[in-house]
Design a protein around this ligand. Structure first.
Ligand SMILES: [Zn+2]
Length: 143
């Protein structure tokens, strides 16, 4: 997945504003870390990550000149869309993009995470499907 965050960073690196006396390239590292965090969240928490491009843009826009803002947003949108598409095409073989096994999003009655394999369309295992139904009911109310 780091292919995508590195690509965003590389495209923008020349335009990152750095404090004149900063020797350790603080801004560069913050931008790179924000890109990595956004892509990682896209890979592991897509369902709850509503506007990835906007979120990342808001996090790093302060490191760029006003004249670069449009381009920064476009680069972010382009690569996050590619990452999103890549993730959608991954076979649903029980592992996320980092090779971690997928788990049901629910907790058991004892309060421990459910260990069962989730269904692809809602992230719950067959015994916890009812939780997805109540979740769907909340969406129109919030919108
Ligand atoms: Zn479950």
């Amino acid at each position: 997945m780091y292919v995508f965050s590195r690509a965003i960073y590389r495209e923008l690196a020349n335009e990152i504003l750095e404090e004149p006396r900063s020797e350790r390239q603080v801004s560069h590292r913050r931008v790179l870390r924000a890109c990595e965090a956004a892509v990682e969240r896209l890979a592991t928490d897509r369902r709850y990550f509503a506007r990835p491009a906007r979120t990342l843009f808001n996090e790093i826009r302060a490191y760029f000149a006003m004249s670069a803002q449009q381009r920064v947003l476009r680069v972010i949108e382009r690569y996050l869309a590619l990452a999103d598409e890549f993730l959608r095409r991954l076979p649903q073989n029980g592992f996320d993009a980092y090779g971690n096994p997928l788990r049901c999003r629910a907790s058991t009655r004892k309060g421990t995470p459910c260990q069962r394999m989730p269904l692809a369309h809602n992230g719950y295992c067959p015994s916890h499907q009812h939780l997805a139904e109540t979740e769907d009911l909340r969406v129109p109310l919030a919108a």
